[in-house]
Design a protein around this ligand. Sequence first.
Ligand SMILES: *Cc1c(COP(=O)(O)O)cnc(C)c1O
Length: 389
Amino acid sequence: MEEDEKYIMKTYGRLPVVLVKGEGMYVEDINGRKYLDFLAGIAVNNIGHCNPEVVETIKKQAETLMHTSNIYYIVPQVKLAKKLVELSGLDRAFFSNSGAEANEAAIKLARKYGKNNGIGEGEIITMEHSFHGRTLTTITATAKPKYQEGYEPLPRGFKYVSFNDLEALKENITNKTTAIMLEPVQGEGGVYIADKDYLKGVRDLCDDKNIVLIFDEVQCGMGRTGKMFAYEHYNIKPDILTLAKALGAGFPIGATLAKEEIADAFTPGSHGTTFGGNQLACASAYASVSIVEELLQNTQKMGDYFITKLKNLKDKYPFIKEIRGMGLMIGMELSFNGGDIVKKMLEKGYLINCTSDTVLRFLPPLIVKKEHIDELVDALDEVFSEINE
Ligand SMILES: *Cc1c(COP(=O)(O)O)cnc(C)c1O
């Protein structure tokens, strides 16, 4: 920890724990203490820690071939693309290394397609409480001054409206608008779920006006909400979809998927990456996606169970303002900053998170069982019972 303080740039406020091992629902610290993980590396370890099948796949691929660059054909990349195309109903994939990069590709693709087809002037509408990453363009897409301050000048061409407000969106669409980008379930912003009518309305609006609809499912995708992609709950489809976090089960990988007509705007040389889509990352993701497919039912069931139990807590403690959740993406809004609760839970041996100051966020691996949820909720109950608010 001392050497971290000395050698690492101070971008993170770390919790005082050094995790060195993991298995399934648990991680272990350097002193051999176990923690029940209800954060999953921020919605990354959806299949749990060190899944033996994925570990074996990575080992084998590492021994065989890790990287060749995109100058050559890459077998695991094609396999993964085919799988994601079949699952999503979109037509083509581009692979990168993170969520921010997946969104950068989506933004570039939408603009290029717009330019080729005379749709708007490259302006993209995003939502309040959104989060799209930390590159200069994606902090600009992220409608939060906190992430933008000090980094000006920012790229142009973004406009923000409030989430779940179809009228506000309609009023802000102009002949400059090329795309609308949103998270069907907002993660960092505090677990806000798009209303059914709203998302359907956004789709209709985009169809009417020929605007590109981008869903950022970096956090809510890959089974997190109980379906492979959150938009499946709404019976609609985006034109462009971005994925990352859980896609590689811990191995860094991002993906941008798009409909054929839009994907065609990328031509040789128009976008690229050195690492993106390499053999090792894609083999890891392919193995992981197949496991997630088997966990969707458990995710729905355990999500409902967990939300019910959290609602029982809400009846007991007036400082719990709201429980919001879909599948195993769950937020508990408190009337005060939740940072201390996270610390107290860590001391008790539980990893949870707080986002947007007041929202406790629960993102357990999708392999979670009832007994884990019971244990977590009991611990939370104990911590809450010591609070005088
Ligand atoms: C985490 C996140 C990102 C950024 O992903 P990185 O891999 O950190 O670049 C983008 N969008 C959403 C919705 C996210 O949750």
